[in-house]
Design a protein around this ligand. Structure first.
Ligand code: CTP
Length: 403
């Protein structure tokens, strides 16, 4: 049977983007029932929702009363996703009001509920909204952080509805059965590859695409975590709900990761960090001159993972064991297990996800295979599969270590 999804639509201009979300669901074999609010219908009419979903649409509890829609729709759903979730709608949901079909549905649903908020920054940041979001999260709902960008009118800021494709991915993960076992946890994920400038146009870089780190961030959001994603030169759309900090070099990545790690429960270093950087960055473009080129001298970059491990070791001695779990990644071409074990010990992390590089694995591909080594316990082999699956297993192992 097709998974049954209720798409709740709040009364905000971003309602038009929910049409795209609806298409993503219907085209991938989901049975979708759209439940808009009265105000949502002012932005996008009933006919659009009915045509796209192939089902009758109403905002009221008074239509088709004999089918008891105010109870039946919520009870039979496998997932309720509300996009856009307005400040008013989340306030009503948080307080248990039941003054339209959607809020009735939210009260009767016993399946996972995802809210994708969209509103002006001031409304999002208002203590009333923040308190309502906290209440909804406490009750197990996943409230995705809004994106930052252009809002209605001339304003820009936090409050934009995340990309429908990204909301869809979260919902798909939630439907796959991921639980909210990271709810209330703060996690930091680094992704991509650093670039070390030689001059204003050239750099030393690496092949990391950021796909694995983004999959980790997305999966953590779907499991309820508050995610900071430190992205080094990644050309992928922001995962819905993650706070994205963009960096270029290893030095910038270190600063961003250490700042976010201060109050984090988990840090996952999936980024490929350059071990060296040019001693000198030329202020102007290096010109081709006659004769031999000037050599480029390199200096060592700080080892961020090792620093995190060492800081935690010291904090533990003082009774402040943060972050609770530190995960490293390692790409190895040979002697994978022996090199991995030595690296795990050297870096002081709890888990090390070791990839074998080569044979079309790891860089830029949607698939990955790995062995996860633990500071204590047996290695876990992850067979070749989508990076999202690997991310799920890593979070399972992390969740098992959180007290
Ligand atoms: N890492 C880091 N800071 C660095 C280099 C690496 O935090 N300057 C992190 C990476 O994000 C990854 C882990 O360390 O999680 C292992 O990276 P890798 O490049 O395999 O390790 P290296 O210490 O550079 O070892 P190698 O000599 O094999 O390159």
């Amino acid at each position: 049977m097709k998974p049954r999804v209720v798409l709740g639509v709040g009364g905000g201009i971003a309602a038009y983007k929910a049409c795209e979300l609806l298409r993503l669901f219907t085209e991938s074999g989901h049975d979708v029932r759209v439940v808009p609010t009265r105000d949502a219908l002012k932005f996008v009419g009933e006919a659009t929702w009915a045509a796209l979903s192939g089902k009758a649409v109403s905002a009221e509890v008074w239509d088709a009363v004999e089918e008891v829609p105010h109870v039946r729709i919520g009870k039979s759903a496998d997932l309720v996703v509300v996009a856009p979730a307005t400040a008013d709608l989340m306030a009503r949901a948080a307080h248990g009001l039941a003054n339209d079909l959607l809020t009735n549905t939210l009260l009767t649903a016993r399946c996972p509920v995802v809210f994708a908020p969209a509103m002006h920054t001031e409304m999002w940041e208002h203590p009333a909204t923040q308190a309502n979001v906290a209440t909804l999260r406490e009750r197990g709902a996943i409230v995705v952080e809004p994106a930052v960008g252009r809002l209605t009118g001339v304003d820009t800021g936090k409050g934009r509805l995340p990309d429908p494709e990204e909301i869809f991915r979260i919902c798909r993960d939630v439907l796959k059965g991921s639980t909210a076992d990271l709810a209330g946890r703060r996690v930091v994920v680094s992704a991509g590859g650093t670039r070390e400038a030689i001059d204003p146009v050239r750099f030393i870089g690496n092949r990391s695409s950021g796909l694995q780190g983004y999959a980790l961030a997305r999966t953590a959001v779907a499991r309820g975590a508050e995610v900071t994603l430190v992205a080094a030169n990644v050309g992928l759309p922001d995962p819905a709900g993650a706070r994205v900090v963009r960096v270029e070099s290893a030095i910038q990545l270190r600063e961003a990761v250490l700042a976010a790690a201060e109050d984090a429960d988990v840090v996952v270093m999936a980024a490929a960090v350059a071990d060296f950087r040019p001693v000198r960055q030329q202020a102007t473009k290096i010109k081709k001159t006659p004769g031999e080129p000037e050599p480029i001298y390199l200096t060592k970059n700080p080892d961020i993972l090792a620093e995190l491990g060492e800081t935690r070791r010291k904090q533990r001695e003082q009774g402040q064991p943060y972050p609770e779990v530190i995960v490293g990644f390692a790409a190895e071409t040979d002697d994978v297990l022996a090199n991995g074990r030595a690296k795990l010990a050297r870096k002081g992390c709890d888990l090390l996800v070791v990839n074998q590089v080569g044979e079309n694995l790891a860089f830029g591909t949607p698939d990955n295979a790995a062995i996860v080594l633990a500071a204590d316990g047996d290695p876990v082999e992850i067979p070749r599969g989508p990076k999202e699956d690997l991310a799920g297993i890593v979070w399972d192992l992390v969740a098992g270590r959180l007290v």
